[in-house]
Ligand binder design. Structure first.
Ligand code: SF4
Length: 247
């Protein structure tokens, strides 16, 4: 793993998903096989495979203090092309420091992570009146999770995390994205633990070889994604869970 401390030029970037996005890190230790950010690696100048490098924007909080004074208030997404709670965050605390600034300035925040490290910042989540904390959980089967997301926390750890957040009164959501095999088993595990679920499908080309290797080619088709999305949506209606889809 190549880890490098860098000084970034800016941190509060415009986003197509929300108003702004903050990425305190370039690269992600979770190294998900389908990660769309891995296709942006060519802009990073790194030769290592995705997941084998992380640049740490050590001046992220200092930049944010300055930029937040100049920009119009809007919803900030943490994060777009890295996990804000990847393991290095335990040491560097850049996501925490940025979040602290946003909370102090009363800016709305949407957190998206795969890590129980988010629980460390429950004190800040509670201080904010405008925060949603989301866990990405892509399958109910941890063996399948290991195939696609070998470097990320287990399904069970993520379920426990969302449960703890909810029990602490935090607005929570789960991104079932991308829709991996056996994602439909998640609804019963999430009922009563989330404010809403968002579903998104796998984009073709992002993990085709993995599907081939495991004989799952039929689980990477339009028909499969439509079938499972409908099944999840129906289960959500039955179990009283709000369901949104992003495709
Ligand atoms: S956690 Fe998110 S950013 Fe990190 S590798 Fe996985 S999909 Fe990519």
């Amino acid at each position: 793993m190549k880890i490098k401390e860098i000084r970034s030029k800016s941190i509060l970037s415009p986003s197509k998903v929300y108003d702004y996005v903050i990425n305190p890190y370039v690269g992600c230790q979770h190294a998900c096989s389908y990660c769309y950010a891995r296709f942006m690696k060519r802009f990073t100048g790194h030769k290592e495979p995705w997941g084998d490098f992380v640049d740490i924007k050590i001046n992220a909080p200092d930049l944010l203090i300055k930029e937040i004074m100049k920009k119009k208030k809007g919803i900030v997404w943490m994060s777009g092309v890295c996990d804000p709670y990847q393991p290095l965050e335990a040491k560097y605390q850049l996501s925490r420091k940025c979040l602290d600034i946003l909370v102090q300035k009363n800016w709305p925040v949407v957190i998206q992570t795969r890590s129980p490290l988010a629980l460390r910042d429950i004190d800040l989540f509670k201080k904010s009146k405008k925060i949603e904390v989301g866990l990405s959980i892509t399958t109910s089967n941890d063996e399948i999770r290991k195939v696609f997301e070998p470097g990320a926390p287990s399904v069970m750890e993520r379920l426990k995390t969302i449960d703890s957040l909810r029990q602490n009164g935090i607005k929570t959501y789960v991104m079932i994205a991308p829709l991996l095999p056996e994602a439909e088993g998640l609804v019963s595990l999430l009922a009563g633990k989330v404010d809403y679920i968002i579903i998104d499908r796998m984009n073709y080309g992002h993990a085709d070889k993995i599907y081939e290797r495991h004989g799952w080619r039929q689980k990477n088709t339009d028909e499969y994604f439509d079938l499972i999305t409908n099944r999840i949506a129906n289960d959500c209606v039955k179990m009283g869970v709000e369901c949104r889809w992003a495709y």
